[in-house]
Design a protein around this ligand. Structure first.
Ligand code: NAD
Ligand code: LMR
Length: 327
């Protein structure tokens, strides 16, 4: 076992599907790296705690060298005490025929309560990612209810959409996913999200030139990425779980360890950049370095980009309006 002080990581919804993939990867070292011990602080509802204990038994049975302890609780303050990082997964998933925003009323209150607990108990530099849907607006509720916690450290996950698009591009253009740079998914984790290849490059060339098929991009790629979650629910009968866990790991790993100058998509608090109203949690291109993310600035938008941005940002504003009593 490493001599380093363990990092405390809170994970909510620990008895759920996503966590059944996520917890084992965190305990293996996929977030903080192979030399950093971790303590998992697991939160779920009282009726789910037996199931969480079962997951802990399985974690124990893996004999992970980096797993330095577990806490199982239904109290958010206990779960968030002294944490270095938090994955906010716990919330209801949608089922066939629903949109993610239909979950707003079911899930918003969870993030109000957890925001207050985060404010009380977490280390001020804890890194938070909201996965539970509708993730962007839930993250905004969390931030609004944690007034003494730095809003910059509250983010939402749009990385699954980013990863989904990379695979589609790589397969269309016979590239490796790692070849693709300067790609971003803007906006809301919802059907209005905007998978934007305008700046994307691979091997020193514009991705749009390599693929050379604007119709495919607009009429197949963009809607396919935007509706992939629903396609998985249709096929699997349940929402994405292992791929969501993987994206959450990628999001947190890159925030901690950096992206080596590469763009990744993160939903972060808007500072007003690109005219996006301040305070919305919006998917943007960021570069991570030294434990921080930096928004990519200085981009110019063409008419298509402006139209797509207006649509997704407009939806985030509508969601903000719908939960105004919790903000
Ligand atoms: P799940 O139903 O399998 O698990 C959810 C867990 O959350 C359950 O154990 C439940 O008891 C727990 N929970 C509910 N209320 C809670 C509370 N107040 N405090 C703590 N725990 C609570 O769902 P899942 O498949 O793991 O999905 C979880 C969420 O993640 C859903 O909202 C889903 O839509 C979302 N999701 C987001 C993305 C993304 O890209 N952002 C991807 C996939 C899924
Ligand atoms: C996804 O994108 O797979 C998740 O947000 C689950 C969903 O409801 O689509």
């Amino acid at each position: 076992m490493s001599a380093q002080t363990p990092k405390r990581i809170a994970v909510t919804g620990a008895a759920g599907q996503i966590c059944y993939a996520l917890l084992f990867r965190i305990a293996k070292g996929d977030v903080y790296g192979p030399d950093q011990p971790v303590i998992l602080q697991l939160l779920d509802l009282p009726q789910a705690l037996d199931a969480v204990r079962g997951v802990v038994m399985e974690l124990e049975d893996c004999a992970f060298p980096l797993l330095a302890g577990t806490v199982v609780t239904d109290d958010p303050v206990t779960a968030f005490t002294d944490i270095d990082a938090a994955f906010f997964v716990g919330s209801r998933p949608r089922t066939k025929g629903m949109e993610r925003r239909d979950l707003l009323s079911a899930n918003a209150e969870i993030f109000r309560v957890q925001g207050e607990a985060l404010d009380k108990a977490a280390k001020r530099d804890a890194k938070c990612v909201v996965v539970g849907n509708p993730a962007n607006t839930n993250a905004m509720i969390l931030a609004a209810n944690a007034p003494n916690f730095p809003t910059e450290n509250i983010t939402a996950m749009i990385r699954l959409d980013h990863n989904r698009a990379l695979t589609q591009f790589a397969s269309k253009a016979d590239l490796h996913v790692d070849d693709i740079e300067r790609f971003v998914v803007w906006g809301n984790h919802s059907p209005t999200m905007f998978a934007d290849w305008t700046e994307a490059e691979a091997k020193g060339r514009k991705l749009s030139e390599i693929i050379g098929d604007e119709t495919w991009y607009r009429e197949t790629l963009i809607p396919q990425v935007a509706t992939r979650g629903a396609a998985i629910i249709e096929a699997r009968g349940a929402s994405s779980a292992a791929s969501a866990a993987n994206a959450a790991i990628d999001h947190m790993h890159d925030w901690i360890h950096g992206t080596d100058g590469k763009w990744v998509s993160m939903a972060v608090p808007s500072t007003g950049l690109y005219g996006i109203p301040e305070g919305l949690m919006v998917g943007l291109p960021v570069i991570c370095k030294d434990g921080h993310y930096e928004r990519v600035e200085g981009l110019e938008f063409n008419d298509f980009q402006k139209e797509m941005m207006a649509r997704t940002v407009g939806e985030l504003e509508e969601e903000r309006e719908a939960v105004s009593d919790l903000l």
